[in-house]
Design a binder for this molecule. Structure first.
Ligand code: GLC
Ligand code: GLC
Length: 820
């Protein structure tokens, strides 16, 4: 089935039927105000923190899927026929339907019985509000009398409480209605100084703010009584469920178009000026009124849209590539960086698979998200690094998560995921390579946000490394703690009681389980930090880091190798995990990727053997599986991993996050064909033709694709918020195309498929523009042998940093790999 197509010029994916296999969602907003929006206008909005400042409700896991949204109803007042121009929730058949998922905006166009409606949703840059611009056109040859109803359902701010604490919530809801604006002010009378507003550009025929009045008893969003009868009830919510619905009557001459603008926003008042008059309970609207006036004015809306588009053009201009492969171009130039912005902003908090309640910002997740984002807006990456480091513990360990609103570590989860701190080094290093801003390292940052505990960021990084060194196990490999990157390998947490958290039930005192993955990760991180130390002329530190890394490599070679691949771990009893000698779970992908990235075994052939084992044992047409054979029964001593049925999630799905590590590993061995083939298998755009199998959005990566053991082999889940975004961007741009910022130059080190004649690219880096052309003679594979910079040959493959403002021409030629 065809569900749509890419419009690369418009930077859109155009969905051409509303009944996509799953809701295909998009995000509105890139700074403080965010919304989730599906192709049928489902979704909700929040300010900064999807748990603590939720503006509107969304019903997860509902039937039908995707209930709660930014719904418009149209009603033909001549015959009472009504429909949703976003198909849901009424689901009346439409004569035409298109949803344009664009960069931070969504436009839904639909026609029913000669009435065409086009609604564009977006957040004006810099604002804490969203605009819905609705254009209704009468395509009939006679006048049409149309009633237009808006609707949203307010969330009472704390999404967790809102979904559970009904004995209170059914009594607290409060609103105000003034002119064409509905204000939601639950708890404003007490400790909140924020409120939401839902405004309309037109004079109203009526409004509703009490959900069950608008819908009518025992009815749903698919058939509101107010819409059916063609008139609101002017209800004012007291308790129960406050909503916002405006009713606007439009009388349209033949072929006339009318525009109506709705604005949903978040506002705060100073604590001492909450009410007007001061002794009342009435919201002081003096600050918000000019904002509402501004955004209900169409000319401002059009101007903001233009700004939004040019902002995205600027972000995307950092790297533009032109390769022989359309799916590569589309992902690198548009969708992959777009997804990186989203993961940077939201970590793993809020998507159609993440409720926004359970998780804040993950330490390892956010650190890795920076790898794909630092080039886009370095200043925001910098701030995030400081925020993350401030949640690090004095031991060098890390709070596993923090809440974005408070920027405080999430005490419920705590720490003890022993890979966490090392990711901070990856992230800082990526930022430094992008910007050269070594000054970041001198910034004073506290531990766990405790005042007085500040040290330099550089010292924070030192503690990350020492944290591992102080926690080595019997084989000299790093202790795993509660889990490493693989959240579900909980080797010190034996859970026999249903309902327990596998990660926080750390019940094996003195747990000695070790992780070969962290060992590889430690080597990569130590080498990155070593380069940073050299850049700061801290040569003693560099020497120490170097020798620690060397010792870890020896430990991996001695006790982390299984004969044809790298082992995964040693469990609590000292038994091997991820070995041929295991009955199930013999080979895991992540240590293969990470150890080869660390350079382990590259010289002695082990790395190549590991990559061959990956291809033979873990490779599938949909990508590389995480583990094989998948676990068929519950292994108490391994933790959550074997709780998943075979082929799903950590138990042998194609865990997309790990695939780029394998790609990078292959490029390190000079295997361009293998690396690119893996890249194509997980590329969402290349998978668009199998949307009936893949089912998630074809424009973004998903966390997981069901593995060969699963009945739904090839089916993606958990799209959008995943480390796959950043790592795929790193793998394709820095390792396959090989344009790689380093501390003191731009490395040009492509490892391409043999059939490519080359490619060209433009990279903005530290204020200069690099116009890069790579040529690969027919039938040749190898590395760059000749580099010409502004007409002059350069030794090696490092382009020196050019002054800001300059345009640098780079020509690189691939030469055959020497056959020794
Ligand atoms: C999820 C988590 C990430 C973890 C991965 C593997 O993507 O967000 O932190 O590394 O699963 O378990
Ligand atoms: C990650 C894993 C998931 C696991 C969760 C635990 O998201 O992907 O399988 O249940 O972490 O926090």
């Amino acid at each position: 089935m065809d569900y749509g197509y890419f419009d690369d010029d418009a930077k859109e994916y155009v969905i051409t039927r509303p009944d996509t296999p799953l809701p295909w969602i998009n995000y509105l907003g890139t700074e403080d105000y965010f919304g989730l929006i599906s192709n049928t206008a489902g979704g909700c909005s929040f300010y900064r923190d999807p748990r603590l400042r939720r503006l509107t409700r969304y019903r997860y896991n509902n039937v039908p899927f995707d209930v709660g949204g930014r719904y418009i109803y149209l009603r033909d007042d001549q015959d009472g026929d009504y429909w949703s121009p976003s198909w849901q929730p009424v689901r009346r058949p439409l004569e035409s339907y298109e949803c344009h998922q664009g960069l931070s905006y969504t436009t839904i166009k639909a026609a029913h019985n000669g009435i065409h409606a086009e609604t564009m949703y977006f957040v004006p840059p810099g604002e804490t509000l969203e605009v819905w611009r609705v254009q209704v056109r009468n395509d009939r040859d006679v006048r049409a009398d149309i009633s237009l109803f808006s609707s949203i359902e307010f969330c009472l701010w704390d999404a967790q409480d809102d979904a559970t604490n009904f004995q209170r919530n059914f009594s607290t809801g409060e609103v105000e209605v003034l002119d064409s604006v509905i204000y939601h002010k639950t708890e404003y009378r007490e400790r909140r100084n924020h409120f939401a507003y839902f405004a309309c550009s037109e004079l109203l025929a009526g409004f509703d703010t009490q959900r069950d009045t608008f819908l009518g008893p025992y009815r749903g969003w698919d058939a509101p009584e107010a819409v059916e009868r063609g008139e609101c009830f002017n209800s004012v919510a007291h308790g129960w469920a406050p909503i916002g619905s405006h009713h606007v009557r439009l009388s349209l001459e033949p072929h006339e178009t009318r525009q109506v603008i709705f604005v949903l926003g978040y506002a705060e008042n100073p604590l001492d000026a909450k009410f007007d008059p001061p002794q009342s309970e009435i919201i002081n609207k003096s600050l918000v009124q000019p904002v509402i006036e501004r955004w209900t004015d169409p000319s401002n809306v059009d101007a903001a849209l233009a700004v939004l588009r040019s902002t995205w053009d600027k972000y995307l201009s950092v790297l533009r590539v032109s390769t022989p492969d359309e799916d590569t171009n589309r992902m690198v130039n548009i969708w992959n960086p777009y997804q990186c912005m989203t993961t940077f902003n939201l970590s793993r908090s809020m998507s159609s698979f993440e409720s926004g309640i359970g998780r804040g910002m993950g330490f390892r997740d956010s650190s890795q998200d920076i790898l794909g984002f630092a080039s886009m807006i370095p200043s925001r990456a910098r701030q995030r690094l400081l925020d993350l480091a401030a949640t690090q513990l004095a031991t060098g360990g890390a709070n596993h998560q923090y809440q974005p609103l408070t920027k405080r570590g999430n005490a419920q989860i705590g720490s003890g995921f022993n890979d966490d701190p090392l990711w901070l080094i990856f992230a800082v290093s990526a930022y430094l390579k992008e910007t050269g801003d070594l000054g970041l390292l001198g910034e004073l940052v506290p531990y766990d946000n405790v005042e007085g505990s500040e040290t330099s960021l550089y010292e924070h990084l030192g503690r990350c490394v020492r944290y591992t060194l102080e926690r080595l196990g019997p084989h000299g490999l790093p202790l795993i703690g509660r889990a490493d990157w693989n959240d579900c390998l909980n080797l010190n947490c034996f859970s026999e009681n249903s309902g327990e958290s596998f990660q926080t039930t750390e019940n094996k005192e003195g747990g000695v389980a070790e992780s070969v993955f962290i060992a590889g990760q430690f080597v990569v991180a130590s080498r990155e930090l070593e380069q940073i130390a050299r850049a700061l002329a801290k040569l003693d530190d560099a020497t120490t880091l170097e020798s620690n890394a060397r010792r870890m490599v020896e430990a991996i070679e001695r006790d982390g190798w299984d004969g044809d691949w790298f082992l995964r771990a040693y469990d609590y009893f000292g038994k091997v995990v991820g070995s041929r000698s295991n009955e199930e779970g013999q080979i895991f992908a992540e240590p293969q990727g990470m150890c080869v990235m660390a350079g382990v075994g590259v010289m002695d052939g082990r790395a190549a053997r590991a990559m061959t084992s990956v291809r033979d044992l873990l490779g599938t047409e949909h990508g590389v599986m995480l583990v094989q054979p998948a676990f068929t029964r519950y292994h108490l001593e391994l933790g959550e991993i074997s709780t998943y049925p075979p082929g799903y999630k950590e138990n042998g799905s194609i865990f997309c996050h790990v695939n780029p590590w394998i790609m990078i590993g292959e490029t390190m061995l000079g295997h361009g064909d293998a690396a690119f083939e893996y890249y194509q298998r997980t590329n969402p755009s290349a998978r668009a033709v199998i949307s009936d199998v893949h089912r998630c959005e074809p424009y973004v990566y998903a966390q997981t694709i069901a593995g060969r053991d699963a009945p739904s082999f090839g089916e993606a889940k958990n799209s959008w918020l995943t480390g796959s975004a950043s790592w795929h961007f790193v793998a394709i741009s820095q390792w396959i195309l090989g344009i790689r910022p380093e501390l003191n130059g731009l490395r040009i080190d492509p490892v391409l498929p043999e059939s490519w004649p080359g490619f060209s690219a433009t990279r903005q880096w530290r204020g200069a523009t690099y116009e890069i052309v790579v040529r690969q003679p027919l039938g040749v594979t190898g590395r760059v042998g000749r580099l010409v910079v502004d007409g002059k040959p350069v030794e090696g493959n490092l382009v020196p940093e050019a002054p800001a403002g300059s345009v640098v021409r780079v020509e690189a030629e691939v030469e055959p790999a020497s056959s020794d």
